[in-house]
Design a protein around this ligand. Structure first.
Ligand code: MN
Length: 198
């Protein structure tokens, strides 16, 4: 069973004006599709082809292969990314996720500034994350297509800071893209991932 690109749960233009339709189309149909095609080529004919993508990315032996690490990470990361954004996103979380965020960071505003700093200080290509580490929350960033799963943590929110994620609309202005991203975060989806990770 080959890996496949999941459908977007909304239209390409649904996240405008924060993320433009052309960027979403190229990002999903070309970038994500390329990671999936390259991953399928890398694992063809091996038991890894039948693994759950998150299990594959969590497997230290599997990700010792650069092709599996980069393309498996790319597939896992983008599959998460599409689902934690929504045209009705934005605002702040509530319930247990908000409580855990207050405990870990002090306030939602403190979380927001930490994630922004993580996204801004990731030099070159990579991701910034909100992850579950044991019972608590951490903000971190990873290079390239590395996933927190590779270090035993469970990502529940991620922002792609590769230039392909924002260059058409924002050019070199990563801070503007990161600021806009907060308007599309689907906190219900993040809360579901938080509950599942515990
Ligand atoms: Mn990307």
């Amino acid at each position: 069973m080959a890996f496949s690109v999941p459908d977007l749960p909304y239209d390409f233009g649904a996240l405008e004006p924060h993320i433009d339709a052309r960027t979403m189309e190229i990002h999903h149909d070309r970038h994500h599709a390329a990671y999936v095609a390259n991953l399928n080529a890398a694992v063809a004919g091996t038991p890894q082809a039948d693994m759950d993508i998150n299990d594959l990315v969590s497997d230290a032996a599997a990700v010792s292969s650069p092709a599996v690490r980069n393309n498996g990470g790319g597939h896992a990361n983008h599959s998460l990314f599409w689902t934690i954004m929504s045209p009705s996103g934005g605002g702040e979380p509530s319930g247990p996720l908000a409580d855990a965020m207050n405990e870990a960071f002090g306030s939602f505003g403190d979380f927001q500034s930490r994630l922004t700093t993580a996204a801004m200080t990731r030099f070159g290509s990579g991701w910034a994350w909100l992850s579950v580490d044991g019972g608590g929350l951490v903000v971190e960033s990873t290079p390239n297509q590395d996933s927190p799963l590779m270090d035993g943590r469970t990502p529940i929110l991620g922002i792609d800071v590769w230039e392909h994620a924002y260059y058409l609309l924002y050019q070199n202005r990563r801070p503007d893209y990161v600021k806009a991203f907060f308007n599309v975060i689907d906190w219900n989806a993040v809360a579901d991932r938080y509950a599942a990770a515990l």
